[in-house]
Design a protein. Structure first.
Length: 485
C-alpha cells in the first residue's frame, strides 16, 4: 500500500513520520494507555521551535487533519485515528530559571520529573503532579493537583504566563495582565485548557526550597528530604484504616494523607491479595511532622499493631515521585477516574472498598487497578480563589479537601467495561454526602475517565464561557477537544 500523500509537506522543517497504514501501532505512538487507539495517526510531527508548530497548524489545515498536541503521552481519553496529526512536543525541552523573579520558563514538552530535578539542583521547587512521566503543560491545563496543594495550591495557580500557537497560526503570550479575549483564553487554559490551542511554553512561579525547612535525608546525607510514614493493612482492618484516614481532616498545610486500596504487586509476599495503604507525607521538618496530631497518630502503637507493615522514611526531595514509577508503564487498557469531594463518610469508603474487592476478584486482569483518596488542607487553594487572578481561572471546588483518584488498569475490553461501571458507581457513592449538602459533583478536567459528563466539570456559566472560547479560538475544530458538547 502506498504512503498517503499530503499537501504542503515542504512546510515542515522539523522531524516528522508518516504512519504506515498497515501498522497497528507504531513504536513512536507508545503511550501510557492503549485505549482509544483506533489506528495509527496520519502523521507524527516533532517540532523543534514554535515556528515549526505554526507550520504544523498550517499543514493540518491544508490536509483536513485534527491536531492533538502531546506532552507526556498520558492522555488516556484522547482518540487516535487516521485523520489525526499527532503533534509530539518532546523536542521543546528548554528550562530557564530566573532566580531574581522566582520564575521558571519551560518548553511544552518538559516532563514533571525533569523539571522537579532541575529546580531542586538550583534550590527551588514548584507545584508538580506526582508522576515523573507526565507532561507539565498537560498537567496545568487540567488544573494540576499536587502534593503541595496546602502550601502553594494547584499548578494552575502558579502559572505566570503561557506562550501559545492558535488555530489561526498566531503566536500569543497570555497571562493575568492580558486583557479582553487574551485574558479569557488564559483563564480557561488554567484549568480546562485542552483543545483550545497549542501551549508551546509556560512560565511558572517557583519557591525557595529553603522555605520548607526540610530535614536532611540522614546523618550522612544532607539532601533535603520529605518525611513519609506508610502503613499496610489487611482487608480485615478496613474499619481501623478508614478511621485513621478521616481522623485528621484537614491535615496541617504541609501534610498529605493518602489512603488507598489495591492488590499486592507481583513478586511480593502479598502479591494479588487485597491490601489497604495509608501514607502521610510532610513537606516540612521531621520533628514538626511527628509532633503534629496527624503524624503522632500514624506512629501510635495502637494503630501499628493492626498493620502488616509500618515504615517511616526520609525521601530525598528529588525522589519524591519515584514510588509511583511502576504506574508509568506504557501499554494496556488504562484510564483514570477522579473527583473533588468535600465530605467523606466512613461507610461510603467501606462500600466502595467492597465493590472494589468484588470486581477485582471477578476479573483477574484487573489486579493492578487501584483506588486512592487524598486528604489535604484546602485553605491556600480557597484563599487564592478569592483573589482577582484566582477567581478568573477555571479551577473549581477549591474548598474541597478530598480527592479520589482511581487508576483503571487491565488487558481485556470486558474487564475495562466492568471497571468503568465500578468507578462510576463507587464515585457516586462517595459523592453522596456532598449531594446531601447541596454540592454539585466535580471531577478533574485533567484526569478524565473516558470523558465524564460535562455537568461534572464546571458550573453552567463557565461551561457556556468555555463553549464560547472554543468557538472563538477553535471554531473549525482544528484541535481535538475533550469538552465538546
Amino acid at each position: 500500500m502506498a504512503e498517503p500523500q499530503f499537501k504542503g509537506t515542504n512546510l515542515l522543517a522539523c522531524p516528522f513520520t508518516i504512519s504506515d497504514p498497515k501498522s497497528s501501532r507504531p513504536e513512536l505512538l507508545s503511550r501510557w494507555s492503549d485505549t482509544f487507539i483506533e489506528s495509527p495517526p496520519a502523521i507524527i510531527i516533532s517540532p523543534n521551535t514554535e515556528q515549526d508548530v505554526v507550520s504544523a497548524v498550517n499543514f493540518a489545515r491544508l490536509n483536513n487533519l485534527t491536531i492533538i498536541p502531546i506532552g507526556g503521552r498520558h492522555g488516556s481519553a484522547i482518540p487516535i485515528h487516521s485523520k489525526v496529526l499527532y503533534l509530539d512536543l518532546k523536542n521543546l525541552q528548554s528550562i530557564i530559571l530566573n532566580k531574581q523573579k522566582e520564575q521558571v520558563h519551560l518548553g511544552g514538552g518538559v516532563l514533571t520529573g525533569t523539571l522537579l530535578r532541575h529546580l531542586f539542583e538550583q534550590g527551588y521547587f514548584t507545584a508538580v503532579v506526582n508522576s515523573n512521566s507526565v507532561g507539565v503543560v498537560g498537567s496545568l491545563l487540567g488544573g494540576g493537583n499536587t502534593s503541595v496543594n496546602g502550601i502553594v495550591g494547584w499548578i494552575a495557580d502558579s502559572v505566570v504566563s503561557l506562550r501559545v500557537v492558535t488555530a489561526a497560526g498566531e503566536i500569543l503570550q497570555v497571562g493575568p495582565s492580558s486583557t479582553g479575549e487574551d485574558l479569557a483564553l488564559f483563564n480557561a487554559l488554567c484549568g480546562a485548557g485542552h483543545g483550545l490551542c497549542v501551549v508551546v511554553a509556560a512560565t511558572l512561579r517557583v519557591y525557595p526550597l529553603s522555605s520548607l525547612n526540610l530535614s536532611p535525608t540522614s546523618k550522612d546525607d544532607a539532601t533535603p528530604s520529605i518525611w513519609s510514614r506508610t502503613m499496610i493493612f489487611p482487608q480485615t482492618a478496613i474499619d481501623t484504616a478508614v478511621d485513621a484516614f478521616l481522623a485528621f481532616a484537614p491535615p496541617p498545610e504541609p501534610m498529605n494523607i493518602i489512603f488507598g486500596f489495591s492488590r499486592g504487586p507481583p513478586g511480593t509476599p502479598l502479591a494479588g491479595k487485597p491490601i489497604i495503604v495509608l501514607t502521610g507525607t510532610y513537606y516540612g521538618p521531621t520533628s514538626e511532622a511527628e509532633a503534629s496530631p496527624a503524624g503522632a497518630s500514624l506512629l501510635h502503637p495502637s494503630l501499628v499493631e493492626k498493620a502488616l507493615k509500618a515504615d517511616t522514611v526520609q525521601i530525598p526531595f528529588p525522589n519524591i515521585n519515584n514510588g509511583v514509577e511502576p504506574l508509568n508503564a506504557h501499554g494496556g487498557l488504562k484510564s483514570m477516574s477522579a473527583a473533588r469531594i468535600s465530605r467523606l463518610s466512613p461507610q461510603a469508603i467501606k462500600t466502595a472498598f467492597a465493590k472494589y474487592l468484588a470486581v477485582t476478584e471477578k476479573y483477574p486482569d484487573a489486579a493492578r487497578t487501584a483506588f486512592m483518596f487524598q486528604s489535604f488542607n484546602s485553605s491556600k487553594l480557597a484563599q487564592f480563589g478569592t483573589t482577582p487572578e484566582g477567581r478568573g481561572k477555571f479551577v473549581e471546588a477549591r474548598d474541597r479537601g478530598f480527592c479520589t483518584v482511581g487508576v483503571l488498569w487491565c488487558s481485556e475490553p470486558a474487564t475495562r467495561d466492568a471497571l468503568v461501571t465500578f468507578f462510576e458507581e463507587a464515585t457516586a457513592i462517595l459523592q453522596k454526602d456532598d449531594e446531601e449538602d447541596g454540592l454539585a459533583p466535580r471531577v478533574f478536567p485533567g484526569t478524565m475517565k473516558f470523558l465524564p459528563g460535562r455537568r461534572d466539570l464546571l458550573p453552567e456559566e463557565k461551561l457556556a464561557e468555555l463553549d464560547r472560547l472554543h468557538r472563538k479560538w477553535n471554531g473549525d475544530e482544528l484541535f481535538w477537544s475533550p469538552y465538546k458538547v
